[in-house]
Design a protein around this ligand. Structure first.
Ligand code: NAD
Length: 335
């Protein structure tokens, strides 16, 4: 099947070309992000492959459908960037990769926790300058601390498993309890209790209307003074301006982000020669107790291998008119 692969980076191409030997699709790689301006590139391509910051709103989907596209193959788990009602109207099938290595993202979340706690980012910079003083680098034992996991699906469970290994007390909030978490000894609580009791809050739920700005002025006021907040899920789970206020007041003691509300204009690009125009993001980078990575939670060899193979298999299922287990059921999601 002819597939237009948007937001291609050199590593995307390497993984897709290597795996495609077993699938035989005809891949056209586009470096540009899928947006209103670039959607025309897909004209005549029955399938397109999109990533987290590609725009799949009603306008783009209409252009794609008019150009003959029938399949949207997301090479990611989250699908908050797709207007599913519009996809339904245009009879576009949407598939995704729901289950690639949950370890990659959970391990990255814990990497952010340890970096912030033990101030590895500051310590490494000091040592390179020949400054071996320890002042300001004091951390805390993870053992015995309370970690609150919001969203205990595949990634949240893996994060809980790792933190259980550290000897953390585990609280969780989810709309549905995960029996594996219960078996691990995780205690489910409501969000208020989780925010009030957790030393570390880690977000692992999807971005939905119900979860947008889950962390806001009100929820931050309920958190323990000096709380550590980690978001490796989707940027808009957090009201960034509220979090900046929380950092300034000291209510938030540590912030680790792999995602950011307005990341589409920044992440995955080398902007080191440019002036960052986003003042909110720029303010975040001024805090010594904030560590930001540019949406790299998924970025392990193992995860990319799985993402690529599943994406190509999803496309093959569609082409062969087989039912695809990774198709997003648009009717179910409308509820
Ligand atoms: P999952 O579907 O296995 O788990 C999500 C969990 O969130 C489920 O248990 C679900 O019941 C729960 N949930 C749904 N609505 C909720 C609500 N209102 N409040 C609390 N919990 C709710 O998904 P996953 O594979 O664990 O991925 C979680 C998220 O991680 C994805 O949605 C995606 O946004 C993000 N992610 C980030 C990266 C990265 O590179 N940083 C990579 C993959 C996924």
């Amino acid at each position: 099947m002819k597939v237009g692969v948007f937001s291609t980076k050199p590593y995307t191409r390497t993984f897709f070309e290597e795996a495609n030997g077993a699938f035989g699709h005809e891949l056209a790689f586009f470096e540009s992000r899928l947006t209103t301006e670039t959607a025309g590139l897909a004209a005549g391509l029955p399938a397109i492959c999109a990533f987290v910051n590609d725009v799949l709103d009603a306008r783009v989907l209409s252009t794609l459908a008019d150009g003959g596209t029938r399949l949207i193959a997301l090479r990611c788990a989250g699908f908050n960037n797709v207007d599913l009602s519009a996809a339904g109207r245009h009879k576009l099938t949407v598939v995704r990769v729901p289950t690639y290595s949950p370890h990659a993202v959970a391990e990255h979340a814990v990497a952010l926790m340890l970096t912030l706690n033990r101030k590895i980012h500051r310590a490494a910079a000091r040592v390179r300058e020949g400054n071996f003083a320890l002042d300001g680098l004091m951390g805390f034992d993870m053992h015995g601390r309370t970690a609150g996991i919001v969203g205990t699906g595949r990634i949240g469970f893996e994060a809980a498993r790792i933190l259980n290994g550290f000897g953390c007390r585990l609280l969780a909030y989810d709309i549905a309890e995960n029996p594996d978490c219960v078996a691990l000894g995780v205690r489910y609580a409501d969000l208020h209790q989780l925010f009030a009791e957790s030393d570390i809050v880690s977000l692992h739920c999807p971005l939905l209307p119900a979860t947008r700005h889950l962390v806001n002025d009100e929820s931050i006021a309920r958190m323990k003074p000096g709380v550590m907040l980690i978001n490796t899920s989707r940027g808009a789970l957090i009201d960034t301006r509220a979090v900046i206020d929380g950092l300034k007041s000291g209510r938030i003691g540590y912030l680790g982000l792999d995602v950011y509300e307005e990341e589409a204009d920044l992440f995955f690009e080398d902007l080191s020669d440019q002036v960052i125009q986003d003042d909110v993001f720029a303010r975040l980078t001024t805090f010594s107790n904030v560590v930001i990575t540019g949406h790299q939670g998924f970025f392990t060899r193992d995860a990319l291998d799985e993402i690529t193979r599943t994406t190509l298999a999803n496309i093959s299922d569609y082409e062969a008119r087989r039912s695809c287990p990774n198709e997003i059921s648009i009717d179910r999601l409308r509820k």
